[in-house]
Structures are given as structure tokens and as C-alpha cells.
Design a protein around this ligand. Structure first.
Ligand SMILES: Cc1ncc(COP(=O)(O)O)c(C=O)c1O
Length: 366
């Protein structure tokens, strides 16, 4: 049986091995393990990549969300609007700061927050909106920012899965006033551990974020606010600097791989729909399938790794029980959770691997 990975990080490493090993070796030899020069250089290059943003790197995508929400002043008594169909970190960080996540259902086609439902969820306590660019595709940011502006709310992009995507030719992380991404290894741009970044067009906010990332201090041992240790390691920045050089090519390869699946699976399952004004980075290639659980077992029995992102929407997670939502509160999110399945996806998938996945799915439906 041919063996394949869901996301083959070894294959990617072997392609850039020399550059990566050299870059890591430089950091190790320099002993500048924390806030070494590669951190500043990476922040500059990431900022340029998304079109002139200030970038504050940090220890994970989750900490990026936390830092961004802290800098935006989110705290007890506030409400923050967000979708229930996302990774836990999106809402967890809101709740962690003592604020209340207020869920708004998703659009069944893109799986992203449905802007037409947002206004009904706004109250006098609403402080902002955290919109997720799920699976690598941005939500309808023009509609969302119009609503945010009209109500004086912040609009934060959770771009953990969408670095490299575009919306109306604007790069993800460079669309809203504040955005975050994750460099978790399996993300489109991943490092070799945990890492993340906050992006902003507001230099004052960037300064505040830098302070919060480093125990609220501006100068050593003078603490202006309560912060965290949220720094990213220099070694991780060195890895990102190498991978960023190859990243535009990888974004193109992802389009090619997605197209192969689209062609091979059309008429068999519901393939992902990317809106005309969007470019997805396909952090996940997520189909909607009848008899999803049986299909999943069938593929796994043939050695094909698949994943369900996400099987339980956030509004019915035990940790959010006190929010008072029930099964039925968000029908689109619940329907998606029952039908979605992500297929192996990365820039270096081989033709025969994709063939095998396609054949196995077609075979299942006879
Ligand atoms: C939508 C979303 N937000 C936030 C995160 C958190 O990122 P990290 O795993 O780097 O903390 C993730 C990562 O899985 C994610 O998918």
C-alpha cells in the first residue's frame, strides 16, 4: 500500500534542506536565541509581503489572538462577534480575557461568517468582530468592515489558515486594521515549532503589541502594563525567512493541486468553492460529503489520511456551555460539521497520490 502524509512536511524540508540547515546553524552559532536579528528581519519581510504592515511576531497563533485582543482593549463585560465554525483558539482567547464570544452562523458555501447575520448580534456591549479566513479563503471583508465602521467596532482577521490568500487582490493579513496568523508547522507558511504574528496598519498599536509581548515592558524592568512572554524564537524566524522565499511558488502549486482534486471529484462530492474575487491558499482542501463518516473510514482503510475540521462547532463545546447556546442555534455550522472532510493537501503532493485519493472517493460512491 502506498503511504502518504496528510501534509508532507518532510518532503518540503528535504527540498530546502541546505538553506534551512544553514539558517538554523547561523542562529545556533550566534547564540541570539531570543529576539535575534532574524526576528526583526522576518517582521519586515512579512510586513512587505502583505503590503506595508507593522508586524509583531509572537509565540503562536493563539498568543497572536490574545495579544491583539489585549491591545484592542477587550476585557470583562465586552462582547466579541465570531463564527462558531472555526478552531477553538478564535473564541477561546476572547473568553480567556473575560469577554463573551457571541457566535454568528456561517455561509454554507465558504464556511466563513455570514455578514448578513452580523448586525442582529450587535448590542451596546459589542466591541468588535473576529472574522476567520477559514481553510485559506477570506470572508466578505467589504461588508464586514462597512458594518464594523458603522457601529464603531474593531475588525480583526484570524488569518491563521490564510497567509498568502487574497481578497479582491488585497493580501490576507493586510486587509483589516489588525490581523493575526499562525506559523504552526502544518499551516501554509509554517515554522518548526509554534509561532505566530500580529499585523497592523496602526504604528501605535504595534508599539503596544510589542510591549505586551514582552511583559508589558518598554525598557528593561520597567513595566507599563500587564503582558505575557509571547516572543517567537529566533530559530523559528530563520526557518520562516527561508520558507518565505519559496512561498509564492508554493501558493501557485496549491492552486494546481486544488484544481486536480476539483476536476477529479466534480459530480461525486461537493468540492470547495472559492469566490471569484478570492484566492485561497487551501490550508485545507475541504469537501462536503454524504455519508462522511463512512467515507472517512473507507479512505483510512486504504491508507489515505483525512481529517475533519471541525466535528463539533464551538457553540456546543462543553467549555462554552455557560453561553447558553443549544444544538440548532447555528444550523449552517452544525450541518457543515456533519459533512466536511479535508483531504491530503500541500504543495508537493504527487500526481499518483492525488489519483489514489480521487479513485478511492469515486470507488466509495460506486
Ligand atoms: C483559525 C485558527 N485560529 C487560531 C489558531 C491558533 O494558532 P496556533 O496553533 O499557532 O496557536 C489556529 C491554529 O490551528 C487556527 O486554525
Amino acid at each position: 500500500m502506498m503511504k502518504m502524509d496528510f501534509i508532507d512536511l518532510k518532503r518540503q524540508y528535504n527540498l530546502y534542506k541546505n538553506e534551512i540547515d544553514e539558517a538554523i546553524g547561523e542562529v545556533v552559532a550566534s547564540a541570539r536565541y531570543i529576539m535575534g536579528p532574524q526576528i526583526t528581519q522576518m517582521e519586515k519581510e512579512l510586513g512587505r509581503f502583505v503590503g506595508n504592515r507593522e508586524v509583531v511576531s509572537c509565540s503562536s497563533g493563539t498568543d497572536a489572538l490574545l495579544l491583539a485582543l489585549m491591545a484592542l482593549g477587550v476585557g470583562p463585560g465586552d462582547e466579541v462577534i465570531t463564527p462558531p465554525f472555526t478552531f477553538i483558539a478564535t473564541a477561546e482567547t476572547i473568553a480567556f480575557l473575560g469577554a463573551k464570544p457571541v457566535f454568528v452562523d456561517i455561509d454554507p458555501v465558504t464556511f466563513n461568517i455570514d455578514p448578513s447575520l452580523v448586525e442582529d448580534a450587535i448590542t451596546e456591549r459589542t466591541k468588535g468582530i473576529v472574522a476567520v479566513s477559514l481553510f485559506g479563503q477570506c470572508p466578505e471583508f467589504d461588508e464586514l468592515s462597512e458594518i464594523a465602521e458603522r457601529h464603531g467596532l474593531f475588525l480583526l482577521e484570524d488569518a491563521a489558515q490564510s497567509f498568502g490568500a487574497t481578497y479582491k487582490n488585497r493580501p490576507s493579513c493586510g486587509i483589516t486594521e489588525v490581523a493575526i496568523t499562525s506559523f504552526f508547522p502544518a499551516k501554509p507558511l509554517g515554522c518548526f515549532g509554534d509561532g505566530g504574528a500580529v499585523f497592523t496598519s496602526d504604528p501605535g498599536l504595534a508599539e503596544h503589541l510589542k510591549m505586551l509581548r514582552n511583559h508589558g515592558q518598554k525598557e528593561r524592568y520597567l513595566h507599563h502594563s500587564i503582558g505575557i512572554n509571547g516572543r517567537m524564537d529566533t530559530i523559528q524566524a530563520a526557518v520562516i525567512l527561508v520558507k518565505l522565499r519559496h512561498f509564492p511558488k508554493e501558493v501557485e502549486l496549491r492552486q494546481e493541486k486544488a484544481e486536480v482534486y476539483n476536476q477529479g471529484l466534480s459530480g461525486v462530492v461537493e468540492t470547495p468553492k472559492v469566490l471569484d474575487h478570492n484566492l485561497s491558499v487551501f490550508a485545507q482542501y475541504t469537501i462536503k460529503a454524504e455519508k462522511r463518516d463512512d467515507l472517512k473510514s473507507h479512505l483510512e482503510s486504504q491508507g489515505i489520511p483525512v481529517a475533519v475540521h471541525y466535528p463539533i462547532p464551538l457553540h456546543i463545546q462543553p467549555c462554552f456551555e455557560s453561553l447558553g447556546y443549544k444544538e440548532g442555534s447555528f444550523p449552517q455550522a452544525e450541518k457543515a460539521a456533519k459533512m466536511v472532510m479535508s483531504l491530503p493537501m500541500h504543495p508537493y503532493l504527487k500526481e499518483e497520490e492525488q489519483e489514489m485519493v480521487i479513485e478511492a472517493i469515486r470507488g466509495f460512491y460506486g
